[in-house]
Design a protein around this ligand. Structure first.
Ligand SMILES: [Zn+2]
Length: 497
């Protein structure tokens, strides 16, 4: 039988990493129950190992302490494996040696001191993370959108698919990103899509750009946007509490959201149907990667984004057609992490895991940018094939929106100060991809900016006029762009600045 001491020690060993991770990402873990399950499984393993050690004749105190050390090694073994490779297996000798030593020392105060010292140190991790997280809360700088009441005359199904980091046409030209097997824009135009030559996002990153599209405005203008209260509002908007959803629900649509695997974009309660991300989503991946389990999982799981992308594609290809043919008006929102790096999907959308495909930005030390460009184009090929296959399943009267949230970061834009953003860096990052099918008499116009995207689409369906708002853009760290070539490109009137 275990005592409180054994239960407590194994709990601390099982929980220090999952709880620290959860507290640090308090508001952005869409499915905390998955991380808690990892904690529970680890705790059960700890308890079972105490019972097994007792059964083979170890004293209870020795069994409890040895299991505690074993579990600590298992819970941080993934991090050690990453840094030291196969050598890390030697880590498993630590509990064996400790067990032997403890059994020799028979309750010596040094053993008790070391064990409780370790336990306190591990328990402090989640506790300080929690204190930091709570201290950081303050009032939100998020600007709520004016509420728009838009009544639709026609109610076609609306499918919105956001492709993370898909370069826009101007940016792809600028960086001579070679087209892969598919010359996408002409192919989409040939099957009825409007692909504006000039489409722009107002913000340089996902957490700001998608909310501005969904709020149909400029919800964040303060440089301090990452503080917790504003971030909480950003996540609330991403999870479905936003102006686009208000209009859609007011018009009686049935709403569906497909999760991408990125924790910050998980369904909130506003959707009628939520399609969860695969079990290895961003949060479970980052939790498991820290543990020894990752040594066995890594070969089959290239990471949450590639898996999330393929499961989103599969759901949309399976359910898109039936939803399009059903009588009720449906609204589907999904966010796909591809073609944003890592590039674990090849042109055929098969998993290909090599070190040079990893990383979360274009730039990777020791890998020439031309190689990264080619990998990006491969992953774009996979996405392009999906777009064309999906479009084929839709009825001509549906509204299908393929849109990206920002471009690539070949010029290290996310690390630059605003004074260092060149004209090209601005175009590369803020020019986005957009292709949309609209009712016959409707058009997006020459140039569109994300906050106006749904204003234009809803304008096509509404019984009355929906006003566009003036174009505004910001670069990192929240510096508003004023005049210059980029704004002229956006407004489609070069020469006026
Ligand atoms: Zn993004």
């Amino acid at each position: 039988m275990l005592r409180w001491r054994g239960l407590g020690l194994t709990f601390i060993a099982a929980s220090f990493w999952p709880l620290t991770f959860m507290v640090v990402n308090l508001r952005s873990i869409g499915r905390p129950e998955r991380v808690l399950t990892i904690l529970a499984v680890a705790w059960v393993i700890g308890i079972l190992s105490v019972l097994v050690m007792q059964a083979i004749g170890l004293r209870l105190e020795v069994a409890e302490t040895t299991s505690f050390i074993l579990l600590v090694c298992l819970m941080s073994g993934g991090a050690v494996l990453r840094d030291f490779g196969a050598l890390a297996y030697a880590l498993l000798l630590v509990p064996a040696f400790a067990g032997w030593l403890i059994s020799r020392m028979k309750g010596h105060w040094i053993v008790a001191g070391v064990v409780w010292g370790m336990a306190v140190a591990l328990g402090v991790g989640p506790a300080t993370a929690l204190i930091n997280s709570l201290q950081a809360s303050s009032s939100s700088e998020f600007l709520d959108a004016e509420s728009l009441s838009i009544r639709f005359a026609a109610k076609p199904d609306v499918f919105v698919i956001v492709f993370d980091g898909y370069p826009g046409l101007v940016a792809a030209d600028l960086d001579a990103l070679r087209p892969g097997d598919i010359d996408l824009a002409p192919e989409l135009r040939a099957i009825g899509f409007e692909v504006p030559a000039s489409s722009w996002t107002s913000y340089w990153n996902t957490l700001l750009s998608i909310p501005s599209m969904l709020e149909m405005g400029y919800p964040v203008v303060n440089a301090d946007w990452e503080h917790s209260a504003t971030k909480r509002d950003i996540l609330r908007v991403l999870s479905g509490d936003n102006s686009v959803m208000d209009v859609i629900r007011e018009n009686g649509y049935v709403t569906h959201m497909v999760e991408s695997g990125w924790s910050s974009l998980s369904c909130g309660g506003n959707f009628d149907e939520c399609i969860p991300a695969p079990v290895i989503d961003e949060a479970t991946y980052l939790t498991l990667r820290h543990t020894f389990a990752w040594a066995y999982l890594q070969h089959e799981h290239p990471g949450p984004y590639a898996e999330g992308t393929l499961s989103t594609f599969e759901w949309l290809l399976t359910h898109g057609g039936p939803l399009s043919r059903s009588d009720q008006p449906d609204f589907v929102f999904s966010h796909v992490m591809a073609p944003h790096p890592p590039f674990f999907l090849d042109s055929d959308c098969s998993f290909t895991v090599t070190p040079e495909r990893g990383g979360e930005s274009m730039d990777m030390q020791g890998v020439p940018i031309a190689v990264r460009d080619a990998l990006l184009v491969e992953q774009m090929d996979c996405v392009d094939t999906f777009m064309l296959e999906f479009a084929e399943r839709m009825s001509p009267e549906d509204i299908v929106v393929f849109v990206s949230d920002h471009g690539t970061d070949r010029r290290h834009q996310t690390r630059l100060g605003s004074a260092e953003w060149s004209q090209d860096a601005t175009i590369e990052r803020l020019n986005n991809f957009l292709a949309v099918t609209l009712p016959e008499e409707c058009s997006m116009g020459q140039s569109v900016i994300l906050p106006n995207l749904f204003r234009r689409i809803f304008g096509c369906l509404a019984t009355s006029n929906v006003e566009s708002i003036p174009e505004r853009m910001w670069i990192n760290p929240m510096q508003e762009l004023d005049r210059g070539i980029v704004m002229e490109l956006v407004r489609g009137d070069p020469g006026s600045g």
